[in-house]
Design a binder for this molecule. Structure first.
Ligand code: SF4
Ligand code: SF4
Ligand code: SF4
Length: 474
């Protein structure tokens, strides 16, 4: 059996003791909020370690011998929660037996839906709508946005909102953060919407913590707007709102329980389901997703710019931010599409002239490529703005996506996101009328006191909270 990792094929070789059907003392790790590991299913092949090395250069799964059997344990420890794993989930995508898997949240979500006192709201990541096709007999790049919304309504979600709008909030705040840092010589600035990368910097490069923008990720920005602005508008008690993110990502489960991700007074995101969990729910309910009538996202948190759509692709965060940054300097853009940030390469570089300043940019996908840029900085290279996404191709290649995740499939999903952007009338985050409405009525101005309270988190002062198994809202 062969497994494709980052476009390369690797042969799965079960360990001899497993072939002989010996089992050692298999251990089941259910302690982590994001990843589970069931050694009963492990064949000791080490593909998980290969995936971690190929993508991240980390090699977190370490060969561990137990009574003649080989397992691959995180940092050689029993539990993921005690390791320096970034929760990117690339090892889960590669593991051929399901020994490694996401910690499922399907049952608590179903319980919330059946509780009549709760208003359960789904919010959908940019890459979801282009990642469902091949699981339902369609082309991998088929855009199934409207059918996905219909399926969520059939599953019992009261409202369906668009995390592309959350990405517009992130972009607006992040462009201001970058402008301030450029003017105060506090660059480089790293994007922070990928929680796997935040964990990587915390554990492996704590000296760079101040370089992370404090702006919250799109799922957290949209959730806090839901539990404040939307709740006030409809006169709802935020304690009765349950926000369920549907994400291509494992690390977003981890992010949702970090210190500071509770600006509304309770966890802003209550549960995170991966793309795979969503597909499992749809199939279990016998919903024929691709043939459903198309529906639209609910108002008012369903309208997003094209800039929000491309967040799911490596380089998309950078392109979105640059479109807004140039406007902050009142600079007319000679273009809106930045080919230099697009593509499947692990490292992309560009220098842009903004307001007479030469802004040096690096875009990386896969943490091992981020490490190369960090080495360049240590050797004196100057960068102003650095995008880091942990997964190959960005979130379209996320650890929560359908298996198998070949490079060709990931690339098709990526191209479909750019098609969505190209088809939008509004393609800059700050021109989104919903952004204007929420700032006028609640946040007032980007980077201001209220915006900082709800849309920023101080990573330096709020290190990772010990993972809690309970998913109950606070
Ligand atoms: S966890 Fe999965 S990939 Fe890793 S050694 Fe076991 S079976 Fe192989
Ligand atoms: S989740 Fe990512 S960082 Fe953690 S072991 Fe797997 S590949 Fe490595
Ligand atoms: S690149 Fe996207 S999917 Fe992968 S860990 Fe980061 S946020 Fe999650």
């Amino acid at each position: 059996m062969e497994i494709e990792i980052n476009g390369k094929n690797f042969t799965v070789n079960p360990h001899q003791s497993i072939v002989e059907n010996k089992k050692g003392k298999p251990y089941k790790d259910m302690s982590d909020l994001a990843i589970t590991r069931d050694e009963e299913k492990c064949i000791g092949c080490g593909i998980c370690r290969t995936a971690c090395l190929e993508n991240n250069g980390l090699g977190i799964p370490v060969q561990t011998e137990v009574e003649g059997c080989l397992y691959f344990r995180p940092d050689g420890k029993m539990d993921f929660k005690d390791s320096k794993c970034t929760r990117c989930g690339q090892c889960i995508l590669a593991c051929p037996t399901g020994c490694l898997a996401e910690k499922e949240d399907i049952e608590p979500v179903k319980s919330a839906i059946s509780d009549e006192s709760k208003i359960v709201i789904a919010q959908i990541a940019p890459s979801l709508r282009v990642s469902l096709g091949d699981s339902f007999g369609k082309e991998p790049d088929e855009i199934l946005e409207g059918q996905m919304i219909s399926a969520l309504k059939k599953l019992g979600f009261k409202y369906v909102f668009d995390v592309n709008l959350g990405a517009d909030f992130t972009t607006y705040e992040e462009a201001y953060d970058l402008k301030e840092r450029i003017e105060n010589n506090k660059t480089p600035m790293f994007t922070s919407c990928c929680p796997s990368r935040v964990k990587f910097i915390e554990d492996f490069h704590p000296e760079l913590m101040e370089s992370l923008t404090t702006v919250r990720s799109p799922q957290e920005c949209l959730a806090v707007v839901t539990k404040t602005y939307f709740a006030q508008k409809l006169n709802l008690d935020p304690k009765n709102i349950v926000v369920v993110s549907i994400m291509p990502c494992i690390a977003k489960k981890f992010e949702s329980r970090r210190s500071g991700e509770d600006a509304s007074g309770q966890w802003d995101v209550d549960f995170v389901l991966t793309t795979r969990e969503f597909i499992k729910m749809v199939k279990a309910a016998n919903i024929d997703l691709p043939n459903l009538e198309s529906e639209k996202f609910d108002a008012p948190l369903g309208e997003a710019s094209g800039a929000g759509a491309i967040y799911g692709a490596s380089g998309g965060v950078m392109e979105s931010a640059v479109r807004t940054l140039a406007s902050l300097y009142n600079q007319d853009l000679d273009k809106i599409e930045y080919e230099e940030f697009r593509g499947m390469e692990g490292i992309k570089k560009a220098t842009l002239n903004i307001d007479g300043k030469q802004i040096k940019i690096a875009v990386t996908a896969g943490l091992k490529n981020a490490e190369k840029i960090i080495e360049e900085i240590e050797n004196g290279e100057v960068y102003h703005y650095i995008e880091v996404m942990a997964c190959p191709g960005g979130c379209v290649g996320g650890g929560g996506q359908p298996k198998p995740a070949t490079k060709e499939t990931i690339n098709k999903r990526r191209e479909a996101l750019y098609k969505i952007d190209a088809g939008k009338i509004i393609r800059k985050a700050h021109e989104n009328p919903i952004i204007k409405e929420v700032y006028d009525n609640l946040f007032k101005c980007p980077g201001g006191e209220i915006a900082k309270k709800y849309l920023h988190v101080d990573y330096d002062k709020t290190p990772t909270r010990e993972c809690e198994i309970s998913n109950d809202a606070k």
